[in-house]
Design a binder for this molecule. Sequence first.
Ligand code: PSU
Ligand code: MN
Length: 314
Amino acid sequence: MKFSDEISEARERGAPIVALETTILSHGMPYPQNLETGREIERIVREAGALPATIAVLDGEIHIGLDTKQLEHVASAPMLKLGRGDLAYAVAKGADGATTVAATAHCAAIAGIRVFATGGIGGVHRGAESTMDVSGDLDTLASTRIAVVCAGAKAILDLPKTLEALETRSVPVVGYRTSEFPAFWSRSSGVPLSLRADSAQEIAAMIDAQEALGLHGAVVVANPIPPDDEIPAQELEHDIDAATAEAGAARITGKALTPWLLDRLFTRTEGRTLRANVALVRSNARLAAEVAVSLRDRASSVRAGARRSTPPQP
Ligand code: PSU
Ligand code: MN
């Protein structure tokens, strides 16, 4: 693993860090909007008082924190799409690859990073009862200690089944100021959530408790897209159904399916889904940074409390 100077210094002083993934840039958005988005979310994380650690595999090395040229390379050059199961291959081959939620979560967790911002997590695809297409993100979240801030799961998925699968894996999904699972481009999915938090501090307390209880899975923070940027679900339903049918007819499967559907929706909606996608990633980056800052504040107040309660040495 290669840490950027900034991130290795941040780790040493316990500064708040937010991990960011690269598959959304390299396989989820066209160039140059992807590069602009990558830069902007890094800026948002900084503004909120944390440091952005964008993660990718370059020449077989896992980079935690990218410089300007590396981010540009990720956004413009061909990249493998790396799930957790592809990391070892990319490292051994000396390849370039963008990391999915699963691979980013794994790399962030082994780097000791506790908070990660993305767009939407992968999940159970529509028609999974026959295709068995379930994103590797779900099993990774079951066994990886990280908090993932997302706008729910992409509405191209089967959202009720995705939530069921998370529940089976004991992955808590906490709505941020909502009691509904958000549907990525839309705020509402009609699928209720039983856990809700109304501040970054509450989320940080939950992450600390998850760790204190010895639970090794992720916490999923579901942050609905800001109201001004959302596309109401009923306006998208037809395009999603049509794009899903087109993918079936064109026999698009496996790793290619999610990027293909996102691209089809971008075209079908004349860029509306991309604008919404960028807006929700920005909002997730901001909330993730606030959570990372709260976690740092909690840790420093624990240390200050320990100092106060230590009896003076003779
Ligand atoms: N959200 C987006 N765009 C994306 C993805 C999520 O807005 O490109 C990516 C994430 O990296 C996620 C991956 O981990 O899609 C899931 O892919 P699959 O369904 O093949 O597991
Ligand atoms: Mn899949």
